[in-house]
Design a protein around this ligand. Structure first.
Ligand code: FAD
Length: 434
């Protein structure tokens, strides 16, 4: 078994896989799972019926496991419906902040008013991701716990077309190099030569573009880990059984079976983990604001969940060996701004491609995870605005996140954190088989 090749230092960051495993599996993962079961985080509003903007084949797979069951309106707490209706996070300049800060408790009326106040702010230009119009009659709440990401049977040319289109976004139009798609496309068409071409192209790219590829590849790897970990193992009249499928996992990640690609993809998964972890750490001052609430209308519960969230973010801050994103966009001001914009636009396109995914369950989790990663990038590149937040109590704050972005950020990180945990299970399963 050659999975053990995923050890040691990760490129572009001073940390090792073993440290991340211990930190995630023993400390962070259990806390995060508890938080994600709360009403605030399990209910995600999404429009799964947007037409694909890139091609006209709108065939939806009829696979039973691709179906998504939305919530009926009475299953969604009124507080959540209210705040989402007004596209807001839960702040107000009008709110009176208790002198002691964090433990401020607001009356329902104050909170309601505050929530409504936020409806006008527009930060479109800062977004790395297309945000669904929550007002659209097609947007629905989905309970993520009742619609888990797992094996669906979505595969073949349609799924490939999506992945290829996503990797094409690496080319940062206009194309100045022959369009390298993903290494597999090269590999199958031109053998080893093609694979070398891809990687030499990638090495020639600046650190930002390499990072972008690795994030997308990490997301792809995470999805592959999940579908292998929750695979349909048995299907008969009496029960449908889901669980880990070690040979599916090996097909996708074993070093020999994938000609060395598998371990690289798993390293990209760790890279994605570090980037999202860093974003959570940086977002702490935003969530620490006394006026911020995980508002569902049940004030005691909401306060408890806010404390749990802050605990997780403090933990993220305590992780010492972060990827140094200050190395990104550090070049000449004008060039850095252009690169950031290139990456933002490419990522926006990837989020649009998600509306072309034919399997609704895959579309749901694909949209959530790209929105989560887009939000992480937005946070990382808004460091100055976030640090300035506590001082900016007059006028509109310079940085904000909508409820949908917050839910996506934490759940997307929850997915990557679960993947890292699943890797441990696969390691033991595979070593038992030896
Ligand atoms: P694919 O995973 O389709 O990959 C295509 C090619 O890309 C591979 O041959 C490989 O060479 C290359 N590649 C693979 N992984 C990486 C990587 N990490 N980095 C770089 N290159 C890579 N299926 C489910 O069962 N459940 C889901 O929830 C689910 N969600 C999906 C979400 C999206 C957005 C998409 C596009 C697909 C989803 N799928 C899901 C389908 C799944 O991702 C695969 O496409 C499917 O299982 C077929 O796998 P495959 O082995 O043919 O290779």
């Amino acid at each position: 078994i050659h999975l053990t090749k995923v050890t040691g230092n990760l490129d572009d960051c001073a940390c090792d896989v073993e440290t991340i495993n211990a930190f995630n599996n023993d400390l962070l993962y259990p806390k995060l799972q508890t938080l994600l079961e709360s009403d605030y985080f399990r209910l995600y509003k999404v429009n799964l019926n947007k037409p694909c903007p890139f091609w006209t084949d709108h065939s939806h797979c009829g696979v039973r496991d691709c179906a998504v069951k939305p919530c009926s309106p009475n299953e969604v707490p009124e507080g959540i419906r209210l705040s989402s209706h007004h596209k807001v996070s839960q702040f107000s300049q009008k709110m009176k902040v208790e002198p002691t800060g964090c433990s401020a408790v607001f009356s329902s009326e104050e909170t309601r008013e505050a929530v409504l106040d936020w409806s006008k702010h527009d930060d479109e230009a800062e977004r790395f991701c297309v945000v669904d119009d929550e007002e659209s009659p097609d947007a629905q709440y989905v309970d993520l716990l009742l619609n888990p990401e797992r094996y669906t049977g979505y595969k073949g040319p349609e799924a490939w077309q999506i992945w290829n289109s996503i990797y094409e976004e690496n080319c940062f139009k206009p194309y100045t190099v022959p369009r390298p798609l993903n290494p597999a496309t090269f590999y199958s068409s031109t053998g080893n030569e093609g694979e070398r071409t891809f990687y030499s192209w990638l090495e020639g790219q600046c650190v930002e573009k390499r990072a972008f590829y690795r994030l997308v590849s990490g997301l792809h790897a995470s999805i592959s880990v999940h579908l292998s970990a929750r695979y349909l193992l048995g299907d008969n009249w009496f029960e449908r059984k889901w669980g880990p499928n070690a040979s599916e996992f090996q097909q996708r990640f074993d070093s020999e079976l994938t000609k060395g690609e598998g371990p690289k993809r798993l390293r990209n998964l760790y890279f994605l983990y570090l980037i999202e972890l860093r974003a959570l750490a940086k977002a702490l001052p935003f969530f620490q604001q006394a006026s911020f609430q995980l508002y569902t209308g049940q004030l005691e519960q909401d306060q408890k969940h806010k404390e749990q969230l802050l605990d997780i973010l403090q933990l993220a801050r305590s992780f010492p060996l972060h990827f140094d994103e200050t190395a990104l966009f550090a070049g000449d001001r004008e060039e850095a701004a252009k690169l950031k914009e290139d990456i933002r636009l490419s990522f926006l396109n990837i989020s649009k491609i998600m509306d072309c995914v034919g399997c609704f369950k895959c579309r749901l989790w694909g949209k959530l995870q790209t929105q989560g990663l887009g939000t992480a990038l937005k946070v990382l590149f808004s460091e100055r605005q976030i640090e300035a937040l506590p001082k900016s109590r007059t006028g509109w704050p310079t940085f904000q996140l909508s409820r949908q972005e917050i839910v996506a950020l934490l759940n997307a990180f929850g997915r990557v954190s679960t993947s890292i945990k699943e890797l441990q299970n696969f390691r033991s399963l595979l070593s038992e088989q030896q």
